[in-house]
Design a protein around this ligand. Sequence first.
Ligand code: KIV
Ligand code: ZN
Length: 385
Amino acid sequence: MAEKVYIFDTTLRDGEQVPGCKLNTKEKLELALKLESLGVDILEAGFPISSPGDFESVEQIAKAITNATVCGLSRAVQKDIEVAAQALKYAKRPRIHTGIGTSDFHIKSKFNATREEILERAVQAVKWARNFTDDVEFYAEDAGRTNNEYLARVIEAVIAAGATVVNIPDTTGYCLPHQYGEKIAFLKNNVSNIDKAIISCHCHNDLGLATANSISGVINGARQIECTVNGLGERAGNTSLEEVVMVIKQHKDLGYYTNIQSQLLNPMSHDVSDIMRMPVQPNKAIVGANAFSHSSGIHQDGFLKDAQTYEIINPEEVGADGSKIVLTARSGRSALAHRLQKLGYQYNRNDIDVLYQSFLQVADRKKEVEEEDLHQLASTYKAAP
Ligand code: KIV
Ligand code: ZN
């Protein structure tokens, strides 16, 4: 039996921290409703104490969302937790996400405290949050660089205090996939009450490893992934929602599933990109403009014989426009014939051989040969004696 991996979307919180991506309440609400339709299980709506505007956004989202759990972030500070609880008052399923830095970098440089003091603050925060909701998630910020034995003590203590989800963030995107996986396995094996909580992966992408680390976390026992649409987030971003969802879907052999409606992934990506005014890189997996484009002759020929030769995902499955055969100076005869045929021109092999030479001349001049160039080629060829 496949096991469910919960998708915790933080586009509206960690994603929105990106310079230039800030959203107003109306924009956040619009995206929240779309994220709910996409099928996210938990929606982190914001950080209520951070500004009156964000408080209002979280409150409006809490009122409007019916199926997903709505989550608000707080530091391990009583006032933060109370404000988060207040903003979540109308949520059908409210979750408070509270926590504190546990690596020595955070303990010494940020808090000028000791490990024992931080452990105590973590426990008090979770206990306080439990006064407002039964669903409390604890984050151990910079867990990626936290000593495993100490991390295990903190996690055991916060679960005993009432945390139902324990988030193990690789805040700086430092871990290698096997290291992050080993960290999750260490907690599974060394925290006596770990089965009372869900372990969550929250990975940043500073080394481009956020997706790999999250999947490694799941393989080693985590059952929630925190992610953002288009991988938006602080610095190099967070784990990309579309990537982890499709890894899990493509690799059924792993034995997991998510609740995400994958055919909505591309429309969702466009909406987030438009509203957040943040373009998606063309070579982005799953949702980039080139994710289903084929431009070199060898690939085009193989793809035209059987799409699966060069595509592991059917574009319809992720709501993309379809596969594209792009014509460049690296394209071959079969791609040229295919594109001409789509425009209504039927040529035999000899015609294509001749046309191909003219095509290459155009292609060497331009980055991409477009429809009007093909019409031009065809009309010149017909006009020839
Ligand atoms: O990256 C991080 O550690 C975070 C926490 C606040 C969950 O975003
Ligand atoms: Zn983060």
